[in-house]
Design a protein around this ligand. Structure first.
Ligand SMILES: [Zn+2]
Length: 119
């Protein structure tokens, strides 16, 4: 439950406290609270692209099908799809990364820098 709340608030997957993002697309390299490095290895966020792709697909396809049945012109269709894509891109980008980091932490847990120093 705590993890779900941290996920929704886009917080660190290890300590569930630290902020991950600095701006719309900018990220901290390390957690400001526990110091864990977010990019665990080179290409770490590649997997989040699959989540982002799937999420984008799941959001855009119903709109496309709806517009198709509403029989709108190709211009209106394109404008609505492009607008929806632009509006949702930051949201999907951020949640794809957060979801990936939290899933990875659950499947292959790691300690924060602080916990590592103690043990
Ligand atoms: Zn942290």
């Amino acid at each position: 439950m705590k993890r779900l709340w941290a996920l929704l608030r886009q917080r660190c997957p290890v300590c569930l406290q630290g902020q991950v993002f600095t701006s719309l697309f900018g990220m901290h390299t390390h957690c400001p609270v526990c110091g864990v490095k977010y990019e665990r290895e080179t290409g770490y966020f590649l997997n989040s692209m699959f989540i982002g792709y799937a999420a984008g697909f799941l959001v855009l396809v119903p709109t496309a099908v709806l517009l198709y049945f509403l029989d709108v012109s190709i211009l209106v269709f394109s404008l609505i799809i492009i607008g929806e894509t632009l509006l949702l891109t930051p949201l999907i980008f951020r949640y794809a990364r957060i979801l990936w980091m939290h899933a990875d932490q659950v499947l292959d847990p790691r300690k924060s820098e602080e916990q590592e120093r103690i043990s």
